[in-house]
Each structure stands twice: as C-alpha cells, then as structure tokens.
Design a binder for this molecule. Structure first.
Ligand code: SF4
Ligand code: SF4
Ligand code: SF4
Length: 281
C-alpha cells in the first residue's frame, strides 16, 4: 500500500479514536497532537492547556496543581518526538488532516506569481519562527505572568471545541471574554490554510514547535541515500521539493525540523534517492 493511502487511513482512524467520548471512552491522557478537550466528543485533554495551567499555578504558588499534570504532555510529546520526530503531524493530527484537504486548494494558488515569489522569499524561512514565539510567549510567558493562555484565543479550540459545542449544546455554551478575538483569529486561520499549504503548521502551531526540534535527534527521519549515489543519480528534477507540503528544499534535506515525514518526496523521486531512516545517520 502506498504511503499516502496508509497515511490517510491512519489520520481517519486517529481522528475517530480522538472522538470516542459519546461511547464512554475517556483516556485521562492528553493528545500528542492539536485537538481541544472542550470538544463534546473528545477522549483526551489538549496538550497545551495542562502546560499553561501548571505554569500559571506554579508561579502563583498554588499547590492544587500536581506535577504529573505538567509532566503528562511533556512525557507524551517527548517520547513520541524522540521516536518519530514530527511524524505525528504528518500521520496523526486531525488539523494536519484538515490541511491536507485545504492544501489541495492552496496548491492551486502556487501557480500565481505573487504566491510563487512569497514561497521563495527569504523572509518565509523567518516566519517559521513565529510558532516558537507562540509557544514560548503565549503558552509559557503570558501564562506565567498574567494568566493569559494561548488556548484562550486558539483557532483549533474554536474549531474543535467552540463550534461543535455551539452546534450540539448551544444552551451549555458560555462565551469567554476572548470569544470575539478567538473568532477573528479563527477566520484568519481559515484564510491562511486555504491560501498556503499547511500554513498553520509551518508558521503558527505551538504543538508543532514542541515536536519540530525532535527531528534533529529522532530515531525515525527522512534522509537521502548515501552521498556518492545521490550525487551520481539525482536528476535535479526538483519533483521532491515541488511536492513537499512543508516547502522544504528536499534535495538538501538533513533532519529538517519542518519535515512531517509524510513520505511524498519518497514516492515521487524517480530514482528512489529519498528514504525513511530508522537510525541515527
Ligand atoms: S503542526 Fe500542529 S496543527 Fe500541524 S499537524 Fe502538527 S500538531 Fe497538528
Ligand atoms: S521532506 Fe518529504 S517527508 Fe518531509 S514533509 Fe517534505 S515531502 Fe514530506
Ligand atoms: S526527485 Fe529525486 S531525482 Fe528529482 S531532484 Fe529530488 S532527489 Fe533528485
């Protein structure tokens, strides 16, 4: 079976297993990807909320918070990251699945000169640091200093928590003071993912920011065949880079933190020069 079909099946299966609360399933863990525990069918907790609440309560010297609460997301994301880097983004995250769909439309925009130029502009690489700023600034610093959480204005929370609750249990919904800001951010999120393939994952996602550095050390990663063979056989057709949903220059790939291990470059290379590696090379 081709990687892309396997990936689609994995993404659907995980999406379903993330929504089993109506059948009485509640894991007590947090998701290793982005999904909101406020979703009426959620089986687990959001990975960011425990971090934010723990940091805030720790600074407040509030002993009601247990260290295990903080350690849950760190242990889950750390373990999965060390094994497979950012593969969770390519193979499991429901928001990745959503962007897989919207990415088909975003890809059409790449034909237009403005989007082509934007994709190749040097600043594009710097924009990718925004997700680390979101993680450090909004998940940790503002949580600690003023109790303002990223998840208060999170577009994924709006999509997977607020909207389903409003649709299914409107009487139960009590809007937070950040409702309108969250709505505006959600609309911007929608525009972004329809205009830029995996735009949210590339530039803004704090969960992606936690997972991305693990690509540098993970057991599983994407690599090129040995240098000598690569140099001899590569046709420089650029098919690998053109198909990459994360906009990576795959010909130069070397444990890129942006790689979501989707395997598209492997499938498209006519000379089989890209592969999954399960070692430290
Ligand atoms: S970067 Fe974030 S939204 Fe994108 S696939 Fe990874 S966890 Fe999901
Ligand atoms: S480098 Fe290959 S595996 Fe990694 S994101 Fe790009 S296409 Fe997918
Ligand atoms: S698709 Fe294969 S042959 Fe073409 S540039 Fe990429 S690595 Fe080289």
């Amino acid at each position: 079976m081709k990687f892309q079909l396997k990936r689609l099946l994995a993404q659907f299966f995980i999406f379903l297993s993330a929504n089993l609360r109506p059948f009485g399933v509640k894991t007590g863990f947090c998701y290793p990807f982005f999904y909101c525990n406020a979703c009426p069918s959620a089986t687990s907790a959001c990975p960011l909320r425990p971090l934010e609440v723990s940091v805030y309560k720790f600074i407040q010297d509030d002993n009601s918070i247990k260290w295990t609460f903080l350690l849950f997301p760190i242990a889950i994301l750390g373990l999965i990251g060390a094994l497979s880097g950012r593969a969770i983004c390519g193979w499991a995250c429901p928001i990745g699945l959503l962007q897989r769909a919207t990415g088909k439309i975003a890809r059409k925009f790449k034909k237009y000169p403005l989007f082509k130029k934007m994709g190749k502009h040097p600043i594009e690489q710097y924009l990718r640091y925004i997700k680390y700023i979101n993680l450090i600034g909004l998940v940790f610093v503002t949580s600690a200093l003023i109790g303002f959480y990223f998840t208060d204005i999170c577009p994924i929370g709006f999509l997977t928590g607020t909207i389903p609750t409003l649709l299914l249990f409107p009487g139960k919904y009590g809007p937070s003071s950040y409702f309108w800001i969250a709505l505006v951010i959600f609309i911007l999120f929608l525009i972004l993912i329809f205009l830029i393939e995996r735009g949210w994952c590339r530039y803004f996602c704090p969960v992606g920011a936690i997972l991305a550095p693990f690509n540098k050390i993970s057991l599983m990663h994407i690599t090129r065949v040995p240098e000598e063979t690569f140099q001899k056989e590569c046709l420089h057709c650029n098919a690998c880079s053109n198909i990459c949903p994360m906009g990576i220059d795959v010909v130069k790939i070397n444990r890129d933190p942006e790689c979501i291990l989707c395997g598209k470059c492997i499938e498209v290379c006519p000379k089989n020069l890209i592969e999954y590696s399960r070692g430290q090379k």
